[in-house]
Design a protein around this ligand. Structure first.
Ligand code: ZN
Length: 253
């Protein structure tokens, strides 16, 4: 399969048992002991975008039973509370209260915390049963730790752009990979639902295709807007670390 972003050839860069999770690297043990067989991570030889493309054959039911099941939170404990709290506090320190749509925000905890800080914030997560998109385009759209879960990157960014007002900004996080992966990488885990992994270059190509200017505040936090002048506001924003780094090199493979 050619690269989803730039159509260049891809190659196998890593094979990883599909039940190894990002959480394993923090706990330094297998959280899901069952061996379900390895999946190949395919990396683009040009832009560096990487995907577990075997998962393209999975049905929605398979994603629910193999990944987004009752044990999902084990592989990403901050998902349940620590991350929404950290992100809500960061957004409230960076932006004045205003309309905000949080896409892919699960049960909507971050939006709820922002409402307590006088934001007109709503959560929209079609995978958590939200059927209708919020009415009206928003000046701020957020999507934290969502990009790496989307098998269809163009579909995701089409949705984010529909939610975002023409003069709005899209704030999103996903940890960028090195252009060429050398050996294992803790963030590349099918068990977490991390199917699409961007390099700096592949993200730049995708943003350009959508006519978006973008700025990476760090290797994991990015801001995009149709008008590059709208990105200038980020100069005053405090820094944030979305993901902790695993404490030690853990040989999961
Ligand atoms: Zn590519």
């Amino acid at each position: 399969m050619p690269c989803q972003i730039c159509r260049a050839p891809t190659r196998v860069v890593l094979t990883k048992e599909q039940n190894i999770s990002c959480g394993d690297y923090f706990e330094e043990r297998r959280l899901y002991p069952e061996d379900r067989g390895a999946l190949r991570l395919m990396e683009c030889e040009s832009c560096g975008f990487a995907r577990f493309d075997d998962m393209d054959r999975w049905s929605a039911e398979e994603f629910q039973t193999r990944i987004y099941n009752a044990d999902y939170h084990l592989c990403d404990p901050p998902f349940l509370g620590a991350r929404p709290r950290k992100l809500a506090a960061w957004l409230a320190s960076a932006l004045p209260p205003q309309r905000l749509v949080d896409y892919g925000g699960g049960e909507g905890m971050m939006a709820e915390l922002l409402r307590a800080r006088r934001f007109d914030a709503v959560s929209f997560d079609p995978f958590y049963g939200d059927e209708a998109a919020p009415l009206g385009a928003s000046p701020v759209v957020t999507a934290f730790e969502v990009v790496e879960h989307a098998p269809d990157q163009r579909g995701l960014f089409r949705t984010l752009m529909e939610l975002c007002a023409p003069s709005g900004i899209i704030i999103f996080s996903t940890l960028l990979k090195p252009a060429r992966l050398q050996g294992d990488w803790w963030y590349a885990c099918a068990r977490n639902g991390h199917v699409s992994l961007h390099s700096d270059e592949s993200l730049r190509l995708l943003m350009a295709e959508f006519g978006l200017s973008f700025l990476s505040l760090s290797a994991e936090m990015h801001v995009a807007a149709r008008d590059p002048r709208l990105l200038e506001v980020t100069a005053t924003w405090p820094t944030i670390a979305v993901n902790d780094a695993p404490s030690a090199a853990y040989a999961a493979l």
